[in-house]
Ligand binder design. Structure first.
Ligand code: FDA
Length: 394
């Protein structure tokens, strides 16, 4: 039976970073993962360039039933600390938009950096490994792996959420939490595209691939200004992924398809200058032509010239384009979701160390717990920060 100071389950973002930090501080660490390579989500992230953090990280960008929980870890290991580490490894990066930082070359560089950091900490990494059982006694934790038994004083669960089962996601972390009596809050897919009810979907399917800047507002008043993408299943794009975190089944979202234009003023100006211009061609100056044509076919845009457009119809049109109310049918679910909302209740954990309050030596870090960030590097920053806080305590 092999003995370690700490066993970390999950060689994703949080697990690798925690194992590396603890190893470098002198801990004998075993890092276990069910996959054949570490950091599979990192490799897929940010379109292959990994949006590894955000310049504007703040607790308000995270959803949790316990919104204060994330503050301590985010303040102690910041985006600037991670940017520093990326710099030390010679990884070139750039800001894309809204403070989102991406590798210039490839997400592979972040995985390589984390593997190098683990090697620096003499971390033992076991891939393609299933955990058959976890037991706790006075000496710590004993894990039956396929083929061997390992023990450690401390056990860190960094097995992530349920999103993208194809990349190794399992409910392992929730099961361990329940085994040791911790509350697990209901989970649902987050940062995920919306599906639409059949009649609306059939009407909008021709727009698949069309993208527009938009402002999207949820029923709770949460607002995001990003782009929206029509897809053959419904609605996607950053604006939709962001609001999906705040959306619950049955709710509506309100969409402004013309956030950069005062449509009323624009139509009045155009009417004075070109009274015989068609409404359709006028709107095509502000919106993609395919969208205008589709809305006209649906009867949302009258087939008239500007001088024929009366004020009442203009008002209706402005409302249609700037306060379009959509009731999604649902989401695409865990299959395409970037994150999982809910998870291990943070009230059960220390916000300083991520240790379970009533189970000494058991820690939860990263996405497995009920802390979920916005799109844009916030979720990786939570992985780094919670991992760092935990590693200080190992
Ligand atoms: P993570 O999921 O990274 O790691 C968990 C590990 O545990 C996995 O390696 C898994 O194989 C392993 N595991 C699970 N069950 C196990 C078991 N039973 N036994 C052993 N091992 C087990 N975020 C961001 O900030 N910027 C971005 O650009 C993106 N982009 C992005 C793209 C895509 C396609 C997805 C799916 C997600 C993102 N995200 C993101 C979200 C981000 O990837 C996510 O929040 C972090 O990876 C969470 O890190 P964790 O280490 O907690 O879990």
């Amino acid at each position: 039976m092999e003995r370690f100071d700490a066993i970390v389950v999950g060689a994703g973002a949080a697990g690798m970073f925690c194992a590396a930090q603890a190893g470098q501080a002198g801990c004998r660490v075993l890092l276990v993962d069910n996959g054949k390579k570490p950091g599979r989500k990192i490799l897929m992230s940010g379109g292959g360039r990994c949006n590894f953090t955000n310049m504007y990280v703040e607790p308000a960008a995270y959803l949790s039933q316990n919104p204060h929980f994330c503050k301590s870890a985010l303040a102690r290991y910041t985006q600037w600390d991670f940017i520093d580490l990326v710099g030390k490894h010679g990884i070139a990066w750039h800001e894309k938009t809204l403070g989102q930082l991406f590798c210039d070359d490839s997400a592979d560089q972040i995985v390589k950096m984390l593997v190098d950091e683990c090697e620096k900490g003499n971390v033992t990494m076991r891939l393609r490994t299933e955990i058959l059982s976890v037991e706790r006694d006075a000496d710590g934790y004993t894990l039956q792996l396929n083929g061997e038994t390992v023990t450690a004083k401390k056990l860190v669960i960094a097995s992530g959420g349920l999103s993208m089962p194809g990349l190794g996601a399992t409910p392992f972390g929730y099961k361990i939490a329940e085994q040791f009596g911790l509350k697990v809050l209901p989970t649902r897919a987050g940062l995920v595209p919306f599906t639409l009810h059949k009649p609306l979907l059939e009407q909008l399917q021709v727009l698949s691939g069309v993208s527009v800047p938009a402002v999207i507002t949820g029923e709770d008043g949460t607002v995001f200004r990003e782009s929206l993408l029509f897809t053959h299943r419904g609605l996607s794009g950053p604006a939709v992924l962001q609001i999906s975190n705040y959306w619950h089944s049955g709710e509506y979202v309100s969409i402004n398809l013309l956030p950069e234009c005062d449509l009323d003023d624009f139509l009045n100006e155009q009417r004075s200058a070109h009274p015989n211009q068609s409404l359709k061609n006028t709107l095509a100056m502000q919106l993609p032509k395919r969208l205008v044509e589709c809305l006209q076919q649906l009867g949302q845009i009258p087939d008239v010239t500007l001088k024929q457009l009366n004020m009442r119809d203009q008002q209706t049109l402005v409302e249609t384009l700037t306060e379009w109310r959509v009731q999604p049918n649902g989401t695409e679910g865990y299959r395409t979701a970037e994150v999982t909302l809910g998870g291990v209740d943070t009230n059960e954990l220390s916000s300083r160390t991520m240790e379970a309050r009533n189970v000494p030596g058991l820690y939860f870090i990263g996405e497995v717990m009920d802390v979920t960030g916005w799109l844009g590097g916030y979720n990786f920053q939570w992985a780094w920060a919670s991992a760092w806080a935990c590693a200080q305590a190992l």
